[in-house]
Design a protein around this ligand. Structure first.
Ligand SMILES: *Cc1c(COP(=O)(O)O)cnc(C)c1O
Length: 353
């Protein structure tokens, strides 16, 4: 009559998204743009046609077709998920057996290793060099030395904001037998996608999300793009109605409005470039070690006293993400970025005295 939580989950705490009311949130890499009124009205009118008493389309067929058309991939190479997080859990949970080696890189998206642990994989972490960017040689050396069943990485990378060239990524995929799980969550802000090659390889799964460039973090929608064989396996192991009807409906509307998507991405890229340019004024100041030129919707800066600066920003009601000596700052609206720069000037002046 005593159920004991196993040691794997006993001491876990829920994901530490910073709770609380802060004026400016630049911590989660969401889009700062809300859908426009016309688009929002299309969402609402489409939702009013949802049959709420019925399960949604288990294959999310129309949605996957619209996604495929927007990204120029084959519709049968696409699987939808409840955010790309769900797809990561499904892939790691089912495609790898307990104890199988999962290779991650550091720094990279922290959830990969977390899920690896929960699903009882053997996590192998390869540290990135000082430049924060992987070369295919380094990846393949690590793969050959450790023989992982799968490797998972983001490109462009969160938190580094850097992108690997598509030739480099293809070289990795072509020269390993490991399953390559390639997370292109931020590729809409860059131009090195290998989505067009996804179906050619039987060891590649590419992940996409609507949470970043598309500005739809609220609806929880992600996609996997892969070969026929892997797509069939993914459909077989995911839960049958994993993407709810409202999310499917809104997803169909957004991908039917490619012009809106593209103009939002341009606006976010402009804001990102503006934020990066403004941050460059701190380059060379005492305590500021590096400001990385981004290929994403956020900027990474390396500081001597990142924790202090993070806490001081919080005092000003501005939340960014801290990872060790780094702050990862999401591009916000013009006003938000200006407030951040103002606060940072003050704090950095104080730190460097
Ligand atoms: C934000 C993010 C995701 C998010 O996925 P959801 O679709 O919101 O679950 C996945 N990968 C990376 C690298 C991210 O930064």
């Amino acid at each position: 009559m005593t159920y004991e939580l196993n040691e794997k989950v006993r001491d876990l705490v829920p994901y530490d998204a910073v709770a609380g009311n802060y004026k400016i949130r630049l911590d989660a890499n969401e889009s700062f743009l809300e859908p426009g009124v016309t688009l929002k009205n299309q969402f609402l009118s489409a939702i009013s046609d949802v049959k709420f008493n019925r399960y949604p389309d288990p294959m999310a067929k129309e949605l996957c077709e619209k996604f495929a058309r927007y990204y120029g991939v084959h519709p049968e190479s696409v699987v939808a998920g409840n955010g790309s997080d769900e797809l990561i859990t499904v892939i790691l949970g089912a495609f790898l057996r307990p104890g199988d080696k999962l290779m991650t890189f550091s720094p990279d998206f922290s959830m990969y290793r977390f899920y690896g642990e929960i699903y009882e994989k053997t996590n192998i972490v390869t540290e990135k060099n000082e430049n924060l960017i992987l070369t295919p040689g380094e990846v393949l050396d690590a793969v050959n030395a450790n023989k992982p069943a799968a490797i998972i990485l983001s490109n462009p990378c969160s938190p580094t904001s850097l992108v690997m060239k598509r030739e480099a990524v293809l070289h990795i995929v072509e020269n390993t037998d490991a399953l390559v799980i390639l997370d292109e969550a931020y590729m809409d802000f860059s131009d090195q996608s290998i989505l067009d090659s996804a179906v050619q390889y039987d060891n590649l799964i590419i992940l996409k999300t609507c949470s970043k460039a598309l500005g739809l973090a609220a609806i929880r929608l992600g996609f996997a793009v892969s070969s026929k064989k892997i797509v069939k396996a993914l459909h077989s192991v995911r839960s049958p109605y994993n993407v709810n009807a409202m999310t499917q409906t809104i997803g169909c509307v957004i991908f039917s409005n490619p012009g809106d998507i593209r103009s939002a991405i341009e606006e976010i890229k402009k804001a990102r470039d503006g934020l990066y340019q403004s941050l460059l004024q701190f380059e060379g100041q005492r305590g500021v070690k590096r400001i990385v030129k981004p290929e994403t919707n956020f900027v990474l800066i390396e500081l001597e006293r990142a924790e202090f600066v993070y806490n001081e920003l919080k005092e000003e009601s501005i939340i960014v993400r801290r990872l060790g000596d780094y702050l990862r700052i999401t591009a916000g609206t013009k006003e938000e970025n200006e407030s951040l720069i103002q606060a940072l000037s003050k704090i950095i002046r104080r730190v460097s005295q």
